[in-house]
Design a protein around this ligand. Structure first.
Ligand code: SF4
Ligand code: SF4
Length: 415
């Protein structure tokens, strides 16, 4: 599967591995790989500054329900169900070794492969087959890059023991197969709510399935393959390098096929593959005139200034120039709300249902001289407005049908 991008809409960049990211983000000599201990979720376990008690207890289903729309027992029940398999599989070894697979450590689900390798068909044919398989396993987009080791985590974090060992990858791993899993658009329109967290949970489940099945496929061919989600390496720079999209002001990947409403997973491998070229389709220029995410963020965590080199706190990369979300402010809002938030995805003008032709056309127009017009139209048509969670459940529709039938009956009786 090729990364989707209408030919009129894309500019493919030279595929020099380090050059593209260096140019896009002015990566300095002082840049250091990220220590996963400083990830905001891990910090909540060792840093008193990050008090996350309310956030994690909301997964207990014994309290925290509220009368406000999108936060009742049904909403939390659905959200937690969407996370169920990802949690059970990810924590299956937690009691013995403290790993949370998919989050702090890569997956260990693969059955051993054969002792002999399948014939190497050459990087082009290998790649075509890997992409086809990834599509069968649910990926909406697939891109390949050489593994830029600057974006591997320097250290892992053990949530049980607090240990922080150096990350060690099997030797010979050279490529990252980057996988894009689209999240549910309609559910995402209900952010912020407990209900909307269901789209996040469902996205992770699909990511876990896709990455592990693809890794098993490569293992069955006799090659090394590591299935990974948020663990092991930073997904966004690798996905950009693999030609899957551009970086947005809200610190997320914006893909041309699904906008920012995606999860990213990956398979790291030594199977010879052909890398994709990075793409540009006007996101940076659009973000320069748009502030929808920063002005809508309730935590004021998204910068409305130009990209900066100075990172707001130790949960951010140092030595790189980019828009950086203040993870401390963002997570504080999540904790206060007892659920995750993605208002910044919901309001982003790139967050659209791209099965509709006019949204695909809109992305094309947004990259050129009609950019300001598209932004104005997006505002005028009130895209990004929150959908009432009751409407997602369909409850409100049935109330109106009932009212209509009731009124209609009385009109007939009296007339
Ligand atoms: S997730 Fe919510 S709080 Fe965090 S940056 Fe986005 S809008 Fe702000
Ligand atoms: S909301 Fe606007 S500024 Fe923010 S990432 Fe999307 S396009 Fe860029």
């Amino acid at each position: 599967m090729r990364p989707f991008l209408p030919p009129q809409c894309r500019t493919r960049m030279a595929s020099d591995v380090k050059n593209h990211l260096d140019k896009e983000f002015s990566i300095e000599e002082s840049f250091q790989p990220f220590n996963q201990k400083n990830d905001i979720f891990n910090r909540s376990l060792w840093d008193e500054k990050i008090n996350a008690k309310n956030f994690f207890t909301s997964y207990d289903l014994t309290s925290n329900f509220r009368k406000s729309k999108g936060f009742d027992h049904w909403d939390y029940a659905l959200r937690n169900a969407s996370w169920h398999l990802t949690d059970v599989v990810g924590e299956s070894h937690f009691s013995e070794n403290g790993t949370v697979e998919g989050f702090t450590h890569y997956y260990s689900l693969q059955r051993p492969g054969p002792s002999t390798k399948a014939p190497d068909l050459g990087s082009v044919e290998n790649t075509q087959r890997i992409k086809k398989a990834a599509g069968i396993f649910g990926a909406g987009m697939v891109g390949i890059c050489e593994l830029d080791r600057r974006f591997l985590y320097s250290h892992q974090y053990n949530r049980k023991t607090g240990e922080n060992p150096q990350l060690v990858l099997p030797a010979g791993i050279k490529y990252a197969v980057m996988l894009i899993l689209p999240m549910n658009y309609e559910l995402g329109r209900t952010f912020p709510s407990a209900l909307s967290g269901t789209t996040t949970g469902a996205g992770y489940l699909q990511s876990m399935g896709c990455a592990n099945q693809l890794a098993q496929f490569i293992t069955n061919l006799g090659y090394e393959a590591i299935a990974s989600m948020n663990d092991t390496a930073l997904n966004i720079p690798l996905a950009i390098q693999a030609g899957l999209g551009e970086y947005g002001r809200h610190g997320l990947l914006i893909t041309p096929k699904f906008g920012p409403n995606v999860r990213i997973a990956k398979v790291l491998t030594d199977l010879p593959l052909k890398v994709d070229d990075p793409v540009r389709f006007g996101v940076k220029e659009f973000c320069n005139i748009c502030r929808r995410c920063s002005s809508s963020c309730p935590a004021r965590a998204i910068p409305d200034s130009d990209p900066q080199t100075v990172a707001p706190n130790l949960s951010s990369l140092q030595g790189i120039t980019k828009w950086t979300v203040n993870a401390e402010k963002c997570f504080k809002f999540w904790v206060g709300m007892n659920s995750d938030c993605a208002i910044c995805i919901r309001v982003c003008p790139y967050n659209k249902d791209y099965t509709k032709w006019y949204h695909r056309l809109g992305v094309r127009l947004a990259r050129g001289p009609f950019r300001r017009l598209m932004l104005w139209l997006d505002h005028l048509l009130r895209f990004g407005t929150r959908k009432d969670p009751k409407d997602w459940w369909g409850t409100r529709v049935w109330v109106w049908v009932w009212v209509w039938v009731w009124v209609d009956t009385w009109v007939w009786v009296w007339v």
